[in-house]
Design a protein. Structure first.
Length: 308
């Protein structure tokens, strides 16, 4: 039911650093064609350039795949079924042909496969208006209960960043700013709440992972890496695009798991600079994740990513 690809399996056995990748962001539910494939090409190149092996995750023919090969990746990129953590078991049991995994599902699979580091663009979180809709991404709960380091540029721009940050605290997820003391706001470097921990390299994150394991901390660590300076967008433009995209998704009556893809698609259409910025931050997060994975491998006493 859990299939670990041959390159990833060999890397894990040999102690080569591995970085897990979700597949939703590389499907058309995350980015429009052909930017989705371009994003994957750059993300996996960034992981490899830092000496780590990428492990693209998804569900294919009723198996949860960790480390999709080239042909499997191609199938995932055109996948239309979005799987969160709770959807994994039913999808596998039903023999689903193609399902792309979100952050929550991928973190679950990474933990099951013994992969300690995961990279994405932005995690899901508390949606604006959640007091009414109750829409809170399963990504947060997954971060709280699996010992996996997640590297993201904060949370997606259209969420309620302050409420998401509060929820991370409630859930006990440690948030480390990567060379920043502000929680990044996805397309914009600053703008988020003040952080209590800042790290400057992979070794410092590895030390935090080691401490978390030693102290019995049950869950993961979120490393918040701001979008690269040169790719950063204007906060005003983003605010406007986000309200437009949100209103469009609401008007079209999307609910549940369809909300996020609908807003992402509307955003991508609204402003030309959004997709390149999304790719740039995902690529940067991949490089940071690979550095952390390498630091963990070089400090083996840091402890394996066992679940509680
Ligand atoms: N952020 C992006 N692109 C994406 C996602 C987030 O920039 O494709 C995806 C991730 O897979 C994330 C999911 O886990 O959206 C969250 O969906 P929801 O809000 O339905 O939990
Ligand atoms: Mn949701």
């Amino acid at each position: 039911m859990l299939h670990i690809g041959s390159e990833v399996g060999a890397a894990l056995a040999a102690g080569t650093p591995v970085v897990a990748l979700e597949s939703t962001i590389f499907s058309e539910l995350g980015l429009p064609e052909p930017a989705n494939r371009e994003c994957f090409r750059r993300v996996q190149a960034a992981v490899r350039a830092a000496g780590a092996v990428p492990a693209l995750c998804g569900v294919l023919d009723g198996r949860a795949v960790v480390g999709a090969n080239f042909a499997e990746a191609e199938r995932l990129f055109s996948g239309a079924a979005k799987l969160g953590a709770r959807d994994l078991a039913p999808a596998v049991a039903a023999g689903l042909a193609v399902g792309v995994t979100t952050v929550s599902a991928t973190v679950t699979l990474a933990a099951a496969a013994g992969i300690e580091v995961f990279a994405t663009g932005g995690i899901g979180g508390v949606h604006r208006g959640a007091a009414h809709s109750g829409d809170v991404s399963a990504d947060l709960e997954a971060l709280a209960c699996h010992r996996v380091v997640v590297v993201s540029s904060g949370v997606k721009a259209f969420l309620d960043v302050a409420l998401t940050f509060e929820r991370l605290e409630t859930l006990g997820v440690a948030v480390l700013g990567w060379r920043t003391d502000r929680f990044p706001a996805f397309y914009v470097r600053d703008g988020g709440p003040k952080l209590t921990s800042t790290v400057h390299d992979g070794t410092q994150v590895a030390a935090a992972v080691r401490a978390a394991a030693a102290l019995g901390h049950p869950g993961g660590i979120l490393v918040a890496n701001p979008i690269p300076h040169e790719a950063e967008l204007d906060a005003g433009t983003i605010a406007e695009a986000v309200s437009g995209a949100e209103a469009a998704a609401r008007h079209d009556g999307f609910s549940g798991g369809d909300v996020t893809p609908a807003i992402l698609a509307a955003l991508a259409e609204s402003t030309g600079a959004i997709v390149p910025a999304n790719i740039a931050l995902a690529e940067s997060n991949a490089a940071v994740a690979a550095e952390i994975a390498a630091a963990l491998v070089h400090h083996p006493e840091v402890g394996a990513g066992a679940d509680h």
